[in-house]
Design a protein. Structure first.
Length: 221
């Protein structure tokens, strides 16, 4: 084996790696937050019993879930301007894409969570005189979040890994930055092993933190 490792390239570019990692995490968290809001609205639409609400949402969910994320990124970033829809830079278009992608999956997560809430909870809330919006605020949503928290956690980790696709439109997250450093230094193994380790460590830390949150939230009665 003729390859000789030189880890100094990593130490020299540690700041760039840290900034790129932070950007990827920020994109994932922001997209999940928007996706959760969108997914919750869509879940209520699916359960509304009104076809004019449920069917468009079902079409949106199936379209997003059956289309590769990379294709969606290209369509929104390159395709929408061709239709005359301007005003978004590459960061905004990527967040929009990832939020729409997350929203479709969170719709199904929240729909299953809402459908699994025991009817006795709602009946008890009615019995003590809570109004419909109060029942949702104080009974339905807290129970639903407790049920769906593991799935929300999994989606955050998945979205963080999906931010690597932002390299396709030159967003300087971890994969794009690693590719740039590799192109400038030709240190293939060091750069990609470091990027892989950062993805692995960050995903593991997120999973550990979110499991702790899940256990703490599950203990609340």
């Amino acid at each position: 084996m003729d390859y000789h490792f030189d880890w100094s390239v990593i130490s020299r570019n540690s700041g760039r790696f840290a900034e790129a990692l932070g950007l990827g995490l920020g994109l994932a968290v922001l997209s999940l937050a928007i996706g959760c809001a969108l997914g919750l609205a869509c879940a209520y639409a699916r359960l509304s019993g009104k076809p004019w609400l449920a069917w468009p949402v079902r079409g949106y969910v199936e379209l997003i879930r059956c289309t590769p994320l990379l294709l969606l990124i290209f369509f929104i970033y390159f395709g929408l301007p061709e239709l005359g829809l301007y005003g978004m830079d590459k960061f905004q278009s990527f967040v929009l894409t990832l939020s729409l992608y997350a929203g479709a999956y969170m719709c199904e997560v929240f729909r299953a969570g809402l459908a699994s809430i025991p009817k006795q909870y709602v009946e008890a809330a009615k019995a003590i005189g809570l109004r419909p919006w109060q029942r949702q605020r104080w009974v339905v949503l807290p129970v639903m979040i407790r049920i769906t928290l593991p799935s929300i956690s999994n989606n955050l980790i998945s979205l963080f890994k999906d931010t690597s696709l932002a390299a396709a439109i030159a967003i300087p997250e971890l994969t794009f930055t690693a590719r740039q450093i590799n192109a400038n230094t030709f240190r293939v193994m060091e750069v990609w092993l470091t990027a892989s380790a950062l993805y692995l460590a960050t995903a593991w830390l997120l999973a550990a933190l979110l499991r702790r949150v899940e256990r703490r939230y599950a203990s609340i009665r």
